[in-house]
Design a protein around this ligand. Structure first.
Ligand code: ZN
Ligand code: ZN
Length: 379
């Protein structure tokens, strides 16, 4: 049976966008003095080609010379998957290798003698070392070439992040169904994970449910602690939405009556988060966004308890450039998407964090999360 339907418009647009990304990556490689990019399965490959391949010991690798034609090396048994993926529609050669062939040698023979190759930042060490053995080239992280391209989202990418943000907002809006005294963090986390999938994510990336003292550890995921009345609970959740872009949103909830001083902490945190969100337009430095949040918390008297950077870029990965941190003096560019997530952590008591994804648009900062930021009391 032949499928005679025309390619849908979004597919054509996506193909055009990816072809353009490949071209821009080649131009950036030339500008950086990198002769070829070697991109194994992971976020760089997904972003460049749409091929969300599983990372395996058998080599799959996009080879993108700074000048000349790209080709995708893949094991014979993965060829049909590669061809069926969006990468199959990009007009790049799919070079399959047989089980008894050496795919690294295959890449080396075709590449000639590059002086500098960029290896994908998430490439496995064993693959980096095997490329090092067959190519007499300096290896640099491909991120030197790709990170800045990936960090400037086009309209379709911003739309995908907006969809992901709205999906995770809907999960937060249902939190009262699950967050109950007497339940363990783990049980609540399982319910949240299911809801993340129900709201259109392909993958659950993390479910942090940190009640009481556990909230003082920013990346505590879930545990066996039973939630109690009066607990402060940090809920930081995210997944990879169906178009391939990530969600990440934190709200802090109180089960019933909050500890006496909690409202003071929360008021400072909210003011800090709002200040940084309003500041985060194009042209201001990443570190000034961090400062906008940190200054408010420091003036509130809790500066020492804000023990991490203010945020991270987000896209096909949950954490990518730009990092919103002191020392990053790079100005934000239109299309940059990143979290703003100040927190206050009080060992032995509780923690609180408030996180939204923000895009620096030409018109200023746009918040992609709309779940209410007022103190969320679950009765
Ligand atoms: Zn988060
Ligand atoms: Zn985050």
């Amino acid at each position: 049976v032949t499928d005679t339907r025309a390619e849908s418009a979004p597919t054509v647009t996506a193909t055009r966008a990816r072809t353009d990304r490949l071209r821009r990556a080649q131009a950036a490689a030339r500008a950086a003095g990198v002769d070829a990019l070697l991109v194994t399965p992971g976020p760089d490959l997904t972003w460049l080609t749409g091929y969300d391949a599983v990372a395996l010991e058998r080599l799959t690798c996009l080879v993108l010379p700074a000048s000349g034609d790209a080709f995708l090396v893949c094991p014979r048994l993965e060829l049909s998957s590669a061809a069926a993926s969006p990468a199959g529609g990009l007009g790049i050669e799919l070079a399959a290798w047989e089980e008894t062939e050496d795919p690294y040698r295959l890449v080396a023979d075709r590449l000639g003698a590059p002086a500098v190759v960029g290896v994908a930042n998430r490439m496995w060490a064993e693959q980096v070392l095997r490329f090092r053995a067959v190519l007499a080239a300096d290896q640099v992280p491909a991120g030197l070439v790709l990170a800045d391209l990936r960090a400037r989202k086009d309209d379709a990418e911003v739309a995908a992040l907006r969809d992901a943000g709205q999906a995770i907002d809907r999960v937060h809006l249902r939190m009262g169904e699950w967050l109950r005294p007497g339940r363990t963090e783990r049980a609540v986390g399982r319910d949240i994970a299911q809801a993340i999938l129900d709201e259109g994510h392909d993958r659950v990336d993390f479910t942090i449910v940190a009640g009481g003292p556990n909230g003082a550890s920013p990346h505590h995921e879930t545990g066996d602690r039973v939630l109690e009345r009066g607990d402060v609970v940090v809920v930081d959740i995210g997944g990879t939405h169906h178009a391939g872009y990530c969600s990440d949103c934190t709200r802090t909830y109180v089960l019933g009556e909050a500890p006496a001083d909690f409202r003071d902490y929360y008021a400072v945190l909210l003011a800090a988060q709002v200040a940084a969100c309003e500041h985060a337009g194009p042209g201001v430095t990443a570190e000034s966004v961090d400062r906008a949040a940190r200054d408010v918390i420091t003036q509130g008297g809790y500066g020492a308890a804000f023990l991490h950077r203010t945020g991270h870029g987000i896209g096909v990965e949950t954490h990518e450039e730009p990092y919103i941190v002191a020392g990053n003096s790079t100005p934000l560019a239109p299309g940059n998407a990143f979290s703003i997530e100040p927190g206050i952590y009080l060992p032995g008591r509780f923690g609180l964090r408030l996180e939204d994804i923000v895009v620096a648009t030409p018109d200023g900062p746009e918040r992609l999360n709309q779940a209410p930021r007022d103190l969320a009391v679950v009765e």
